[in-house]
Design a protein around this ligand. Structure first.
Ligand code: SAM
Ligand code: SF4
Length: 365
């Protein structure tokens, strides 16, 4: 039915009875209350781990002998689609796919393709991923074709030997090729670097310069107490971003940027180069007030706070009701209604307060 005939019929008594309903999307938007938690934070950002598996074994993330979940525990690609689509219906506008390594999940590009329909409809504003970069040389063009515009690539060092040491199984060259392919495909790349004491302290300036030369933003992440990592000691790894920032300020003038993403990242601009540098400090209580995000594990559990154990199972309502998403939406709403005010990470007094038993690769970083 064309707009012209509907418009032309306005005022006619028959029009009211025959008029088509407004588009479904519009109806849904006005009829569903958006997801707002008890602290009046609207949930607009969803991070989904699509696998706990990975082709690397980063020392701060997993032990070398990490045991992975049986396949049947994971959400299928169809279940992932239903789940993400439900969140998008409820107001999520940004979707980040993560893992484990999301690009080692078989068929994951089909899922990206499927999600692009929400970009096309305008309900989803951004579809993105966090990756270790190992598979980008293969997949970058397809990701770009699915509507992905920006990606985060994790890279902690530019030194080949150190890269092999920190990732245990990774090869630097493969990741650098992946980054090249991503940029060639038109994807904007942000580098995420975990700040590790005694490991990459000496690479602060080389990394910043390398990113500047390639027009990539750079964000440093403080190491977090997630999961058992074998013999590695967290306190040995911890390099405070306060110290990192102070080192940066010895060479550059740092201009604080007002930019906020609703997450733990804070940004500065280096006056001398114009480059943007981010700091992710989840261990300080400086972002919970504006938290706009929730995380889904690869098994379909929702974690409403990265630093708390509060969780709810969304896989059960998904699997029990293949014909309707109503119970799933109810479960999502119930979980959001329990979102905690903030997290409990604490490295103070040289102990690991707030240690999380789950791995980052399970929840998704
Ligand atoms: N495999 C992908 C990758 O490495 O980008 C996505 C998943 S990984 C869990 C997401 C991010 O979490 C990476 O940037 C990684 O460096 C970071 N990460 C993993 N374990 C961490 C920890 N214990 N503390 C801080 N960051 C961590
Ligand atoms: Fe894999 Fe990413 Fe964890 Fe490294 S940080 S082991 S790449 S999931």
């Amino acid at each position: 039915m064309g707009h012209a005939s509907a418009g032309g019929g306005q005022g006619h008594p028959l029009f009211v009875a025959l008029a088509p309903p407004p588009p479904t999307l519009y109806l849904r938007r006005v009829m569903t209350t958006p997801l707002v938690d008890p602290f009046q934070r609207a949930i607009s950002y969803l991070r989904v781990s699509v696998t706990d598996r990975c082709d690397f074994r980063c020392v701060y993330c997993m032990s070398e002998s990490m045991t992975f979940l049986p396949k049947a525990e994971l959400l299928t690609l169809e279940e992932l689609d239903r789940l993400c689509s439900a969140f998008i219906r409820l107001g999520v506008e940004k979707l980040r796919i993560t893992g484990g390594e999301p690009l080692v999940r078989k068929g994951i590009l089909t899922f990206f393709d499927a999600m692009s329909r929400h970009l096309g409809a305008g309900a989803l504003k951004e579809l993105t991923l966090t990756t270790n970069g190992s598979q980008l040389a293969r997949f970058a063009p397809q990701l770009a074709a699915a509507g992905v515009k920006r990606i985060n690539v994790s890279l902690d060092t530019l030194d080949e030997a150190k890269f092999a040491e920190i990732t245990r199984w990774g090869r630097l060259k493969q990741v650098l090729n992946g980054i090249d392919a991503a940029q060639k495909a038109g994807l904007r790349v942000k580098i995420n670097t975990v700040a590790l004491k005694g490991f990459n302290e000496d690479e602060l300036f080389p990394l910043a310069q390398w990113c500047a030369e390639r027009d990539m933003d750079l964000t440093f992440i403080e190491v977090m107490p997630m999961g058992d990592i074998g013999n590695e000691n967290r306190l040995d790894q911890y390099w405070s971003l306060k110290d990192l920032r102070a080192s940066l300020a010895e060479r550059y003038t740092l201009i604080d940027l007002a930019e906020r993403t609703g997450g733990p990242a804070r940004y500065v601009q280096l006056r001398e180069t114009g480059q943007k540098i981010g700091f992710i400090t989840p261990l300080t209580h400086n972002f919970c007030e504006s938290c706009n995000r929730v995380r889904i594990t690869c098994t379909g559990e929702i974690f409403t706070c990265l630093g708390q154990e509060d969780r709810a199972d969304l896989r059960a309502p998904l699997r029990a009701h293949p014909e309707t998403d109503a119970p799933l939406e109810d479960a999502i709403r119930a979980a959001i209604a329990q979102k905690p005010r903030g997290h409990d990470f604490d490295y103070s007094r040289q102990s690991l307060g707030g240690q999380m038993s789950r791995h980052m690769s399970h929840t998704g970083g």
